[in-house]
Design a protein around this ligand. Structure first.
Ligand SMILES: Nc1nc2c(ncn2[C@@H]2O[C@H](COP(=O)(O)OP(=O)(O)OP(=O)(O)O)[C@@H](O)[C@H]2O)c(=O)[nH]1
Ligand SMILES: [Mg+2]
Length: 441
């Protein structure tokens, strides 16, 4: 599936992995390869440009967590960005205790009838009682085609060879299956011509009569970025609950179709990957991209990146709470705490800080902390690791560099020492509790 895209992405990855030095040129070469591949898959030019600009910027500017090689970090960036290009994950979740009506729409030959059978099979396997309605009164042989498929998967079909009115047959089918207690009714419709007004009108009429719980647009993956305008046109007619992109097994432009569909904000629920009734996959962007990039490797890499981040945090916490806090850790604390919410509330809970909250409000304190950050940034690595070496000439230099007074530098150092001993005394208990309490849930 999507062999061209897969091959191109993996070539780009090999390029970055094989680069002797990771300079800007190497990153640019990698991004160029990526652009070429995406354009070949018919991803929209602007989307390719935006995506590659973002990847390039992040690859150059972002610092990987300690221990993660930069090359791996760049692959992770690629993975993140491609995944978000493919939209967010959506799971079709139909309640068992009601009748769910699913309307399949799409232009001629997009794969509606095939997908109807595939989805019917998918739902039957999950324990739903499924009925299929043939509301295609347009194409001769439509009912026969659907009957063959339904026989194959042993799902009940409602249809009438003599019927002329698709709206009427859809309503009859839904009524019939509701009566016998089906909890999923899938209505297959006619495609007629390509993007016809008549088709849209028919969809609107059927939709207003049977009131589907979800309308699913079936998109042919071979149309590439044209998927964008097609999804939008349908969405304006019937509110789409989701999209199924078909024929991804052969489609050179499949990547473009997926990206374009996702760009409309619609949710891609499934993808069709072949002509057989089992060739249907639940679509999950991250898993999908993982597979494009070569799954085994990427999973291991992501786990390693996560572990390293956690490890770095834990190491820091251990140092802080064992009384070996450095100025860098102090800085980290300030940043952590600031990230987490209302300053006053937080500061009141931190040992060593509560006494410093000025009664006239927090403005002064916010400034003071901003000042501390500047001061810490003006210190050398050696000074941060061992503030004991700070003599008066060093303090003068730091004050000048950070635009503060020597007195302010000394105050910061005093605060640091207080916090350090507090942390040691309480074993960092309060700080840990605080972090836990402020963790977003
Ligand atoms: N390779 C491949 N072929 C598919 C896939 N889905 C559908 N097809 C083929 O595409 C053709 C059209 O599929 P249908 O399901 O009949 O399309 P439709 O939208 O119902 O067509 P109309 O009812 O005429 O509008 C058939 O030959 C299918 O076998 C797929 O995922 N992969
Ligand atoms: Mg059909």
């Amino acid at each position: 599936m999507l062999e061209g895209l897969k091959e191109g992405l993996q070539t780009a990855i090999r390029k970055i992995l094989g680069a002797p030095t990771l300079d800007e040129q190497a990153i640019k070469d990698f991004v160029k390869e990526l652009q070429r591949t995406l354009l070949q898959a018919d991803v929209n030019v602007k989307m390719v440009f935006d995506l590659s600009t973002r990847i390039e910027k992040r690859a150059i500017e972002e610092k990987p967590p300690p221990g993660l090689p930069r090359k791996d970090h760049i692959i992770k960036i690629l993975y993140d960005e491609l995944s978000s290009l493919m939209g967010s994950e959506y799971k079709l979740d139909l309640p068992f205790n009601k009748t769910n009506i699913i309307l399949m729409v799409g232009i001629q030959g997009s794969g509606k009838t095939t997908v109807t059978a595939k989805v019917a099979r998918h739902l039957t396997k999950r324990g739903y009682k499924v009925g299929v309605v043939c509301a295609d009164t347009f194409r001769p042989g439509a009912l026969t085609q659907l009957k063959m498929l339904c026989d194959l998967i042993k799902v009940e079909l409602f249809g009438d060879e003599e019927a002329k009115d698709s709206v009427e047959i859809a309503v009859r089918g839904v009524d019939q299956f509701t009566k016998v207690g089906k909890n999923c009714i899938i209505v297959d419709t006619a495609g007629r011509h390509k993007e016809e007004k008549g088709l849209m009108q028919e969809m609107m009429q059927i939709s207003s009569k049977i009131r589907p719980d979800i309308s699913i647009l079936v998109l042919d993956g071979t149309i590439g970025q044209a998927a964008y305008s097609q999804s939008q046109a349908f969405h304006e007619t019937v509110p789409l609950g989701g999209i199924i992109v078909t024929k991804l097994d052969g489609a050179a432009k499949g990547g473009g179709a997926l990206a374009a569909a996702a760009a409309t904000g619609a949710k891609i629920i499934f993808i069709g990957t072949g002509e057989r009734v089992d060739d249907l996959e639940v679509f999950a962007p991250t898993r999908f991209v993982g597979r494009l990039l070569g799954l085994g490797d990427i999973q291991a890499l992501l786990e390693r990146a996560r572990e390293l981040e956690v490890e770095a945090d834990e190491k820091k916490m251990k140092r802080i709470t064992s009384g070996k806090m450095t100025i860098n850790d102090f800085y980290y604390q300030i940043e952590q705490v600031k990230k987490m919410g209302s300053l006053r509330k937080i500061l009141e809970m931190i040992p060593g800080f509560s006494s410093s909250i000025p009664s006239e409000g927090l403005e002064g304190l916010e400034d003071q902390i901003k000042g501390w950050r500047n001061i810490i940034q003006s210190m050398t690595k050696a000074e941060r690791n061992d503030p004991a070496i700070l003599n008066s000439s060093r303090i003068r230099r730091i004050a000048r560099g950070s635009g503060s007074t020597e007195k302010e530098v000394k105050e910061m150092l005093t605060k640091f020492k207080q916090t350090k001993s507090m942390m040691k005394a309480t074993g960092g208990r309060q700080f840990r509790q605080l972090l836990r309490r402020l963790q977003p849930t």
